[in-house]
Design a protein around this ligand. Structure first.
Ligand code: ARG
Length: 392
């Protein structure tokens, strides 16, 4: 039997232990690291995988593809899960799993593995993606199979197997980061009554300590996608990172959510997504200028569904594909510029303009030059209200 397995490896405790556990079981382990902007010392993590028993480490920079084909699709859709989560973690899983599948094919491996826990959403996202893209691959989930249920047991195992984990400077939280944002859970946050302590936040300044002078950013969109920042052309990754920086300094994009996991439990997680929230508000604002009422309202209902699909791991599915086609068709004229004011945790759009603007000052004005024909309003209201006029 082909005992080659490609493991989605992050370099953290779970996946490092997984390398060793799989190698122990006789697998030839290839560690696959996708760079989606999580940061870290990749050389060190590569060495760690080799010491833990991997025969090879593949590191792939997926940031550009992630920004263009995943993050910006979700931005165009306006997807937000349960009003507070811009889906940074959820969006990264299908692209990592896709990279994993492609690596498995190149390496002629018969199975893939991941280091997700058995009670989270990520296991679902990884596995459903693999099932959709390469049904022939066997999927191994070491964390569902082994009998180490606490971090302490895993640390013990790591020590016994010479895996170098820096447990001392380990954060008391579980973190997941990429260019689109940071997810933070566990530790003291597990009690939803506990206010998140300042040390939980990784990307943003405390809004109270943020500058009292506003920062303005001007974002230009073409076909629903941001292309310029403050008048300068920027590639997708650059643009998001710049906004993370500006937003982070101004304490933008913190949310605190008790969310419904796909596996049926409620969990509490806090999120930081400074650039993502700025872009979300900016994009929505340009849409309000260029989309007609019916399209705008209908699209809002799609946004909800789209967020569910992303959260539920259903990225590579027919419905998602069909919704993408619809969303793309709505974005042809989503172009123009938006100015956003960043101040003490709040990102407010203060100006917008578009060559496709449907806003007509002549129609809207209460001043001189009004072109709205008031005489037709009376008849319109009579017909509109007819069904509700009782006893006539
Ligand atoms: N609850 C989020 C989701 O399911 C994030 C999960 C990962 N969070 C973490 N801190 N490791 O998409």
């Amino acid at each position: 039997m082909n005992k080659k397995v490609v493991l989605a490896y992050s370099g953290g405790l779970d996946t490092s232990v997984a390398v060793s556990w799989l190698a122990d079981k006789g697998y030839d382990v290839i560690a696959y690291m996708a760079d989606v902007g999580q940061g870290g010392d990749y050389d060190k993590l590569k060495k760690r995988a080799i010491t833990a028993g991997a025969s090879k480490v593949i590191i792939e920079d997926l940031k550009e593809e992630f920004a263009k084909d995943f993050v910006f699709m979700s931005l165009k859709a306006g997807a937000v899960y349960e009003s507070k989560y811009l889906l940074a973690t959820a969006l990264s899983r299908p692209i990592i799993a896709k990279g994993l599948v492609e690596a498995a094919k190149r390496e002629k491996a018969y199975s893939v593995a991941h280091g997700c826990t058995g009670k989270g959403n990520d296991q679902v996202r990884f596995e459903v993606t693999v099932m959709a893209l390469a049904p022939e691959l066997k999927i191994i989930a070491p964390l569902r199979e082994w009998h180490m249920y606490s971090r302490e047991e895993e640390i013990e195992y790591a020590k016994e197997n010479n895996i170098q984990i820096d447990t001392t400077k380990k954060s008391p939280y579980s973190l997941d980061k990429n260019i689109w944002g940071m997810s933070i859970e566990c530790g003291i946050l597990e009690d939803p009554w506990n206010e998140p302590p300042e040390d939980a936040y990784q990307m943003t300044t405390d809004p109270n300590k943020a500058p009292s002078k506003p920062t303005y950013v001007e974002i230009e969109f073409e076909k629903g996608v941001p292309v310029k920042l403050d008048g300068k052309k920027r590639n997708p990754v650059e643009l998001i990172l710049k906004l993370n920086e500006a937003g982070g300094k101004n304490g933008i994009g913190r949310t605190d959510l008790v969310e419904n996991r796909l596996v049926g439990i409620k969990s509490r997680e806090i999120y930081e997504a400074p650039g993502a929230w700025i872009l979300y508000h900016a994009h929505k604002d340009i849409e309000s200028l260029v989309l007609d009422r019916e399209l705008l309202h209908f699209k809002e209902s799609i946004a909800l569904k789209y967020a569910e699909l992303v959260y539920y791991g259903l990225w590579f599915t027919p419905l998602k594909k069909a919704l993408d086609a619809f969303i793309s068709s709505t974005q042809k004229q989503v172009a123009g510029a938006v100015k956003v004011k960043l101040l003490k945790g709040v990102a407010s759009v203060v100006s917008r303009k578009s060559p496709y603007s449907l806003y007509s000052k002549e129609m809207a004005t209460y001043d001189k030059g009004d072109k709205f024909d008031r005489s037709v309003a009376e008849g319109f209201i009579k017909v509109w209200g007819m069904p509700y006029k009782k006893g006539v």
